[in-house]
Design a protein around this ligand. Structure first.
Ligand code: RIB
Length: 304
């Protein structure tokens, strides 16, 4: 199996659960408060590790209680921790997450903390971990110029790159050419193309526009509608996995999908199989509370 390098952010998720997500100016009485591991990069690395992926996670955390939570979790999962930088001058990041317990929807505000101070040198000093991998997975919570540098280095070393463009922020035109798999959801795709994506036709034409930017493969995640894949040779929709239980919390579902896609590719599954696998992992993650805490293992998948 091919090794996977993940570059991204760990934060402690402070989750506030109630029967509605407060609107501007509104105060609501919640029913539960959970503190757990989060951050898109870390969630994706954990998702991949729980599916038996061989994962190197590159990040920066503080020397504090939340940083310890991350390290303890990685050690428990048998993940390599050698490329996790600990910075005593900055705190580990945090995210405030409002979850609607009736629908599982959320609203998130993330402060990357120590991971927001990552530099190009941090990538260069971990190049040995990147070059022993064949797949590179990243998002947009780290400083953009460092993400861009990391993508360039991964490409130079011949890795297949996956960019999960979340949270959506400007991507330099030249960087689109460094992306082998681009995995926006519909909202993120709308941000990049500056137009509404509502119908199947919109999804297809949006994917064509992304391919024209130099991306090799587009995977648009569509929530309860599954996902859409397109490259120069083929394009198709894949339905979402049908759950037996109701959706409890969608936080981290996109991360589950991306981590599982990386594992599928690392096992040389064909793209349809890899996406079907990723859809299943993402769907099952929504039946549990939390982000990293909801990532299913291979055993969970087998028993489902
Ligand atoms: O994708 C979900 C994640 O986004 C949460 O864990 C939160 O930390 C934010 O990074």
């Amino acid at each position: 199996m091919k090794a996977i390098s993940v570059f991204g952010v760990f934060v402690a998720d402070l989750c506030f659960i109630s029967n509605t997500i407060p609107e501007k100016g509104q105060t609501v009485l919640g029913s539960q408060h959970i503190i757990g591991p989060g951050g898109k990069g870390s969630n994706q690395a954990i998702a991949a590790a729980k599916l038996d992926g061989s994962v190197n996670f590159i990040t920066k955390i503080g020397k504090d209680k939340n940083g310890e939570m991350a390290l303890a979790l990685y050690r428990d999962l048998g993940m390599h921790t050698a490329c996790i930088i600990q910075d005593e001058n900055h705190s580990t990041g945090v995210a405030g997450i409002m979850v609607n317990e009736k629908t599982g929807d959320n609203a998130i505000n993330i402060i990357p903390g120590a991971a927001g101070t990552l530099t190009n040198d941090d990538i260069d000093s971990n190049l040995n971990f990147i070059e022993v991998s064949e797949i590179f997975l990243t998002q947009l919570e780290t400083p953009y110029k460092v993400t861009s540098h990391a993508l360039k280095k991964a490409k130079e070393k011949g890795l297949a790159t996956i960019l999960n463009p979340a949270p959506a922020c400007k991507i330099d035109d030249n960087d689109f050419k460094l992306i082998d798999f681009f995995t926006p959801n519909e909202t993120e795709a709308e941000f990049y193309l500056n137009k509404k994506i509502e119908s199947k036709k919109d999804i297809k034409s949006a994917s064509e526009e992304f391919l024209k930017k130099g991306i090799k493969n587009v995977v648009m995640t569509l929530g309860e509608k599954g996902c859409y894949f397109a490259n120069e040779k083929e394009s198709f929709f894949i339905n979402a996995f049908k759950l037996r239980e109701p959706v409890l919390d969608t936080t981290g579902a996109g991360d589950a999908f991306n981590g599982a896609l990386a594992v599928g590719l690392s096992k040389d599954l064909d793209i349809k199989e890899a996406l079907t696998f990723a859809n299943k992992v993402a769907a099952i993650s929504t039946t549990k509370q939390g982000a990293a805490a909801s990532m299913p293992s291979l055993e969970d998948l087998k028993n489902y």
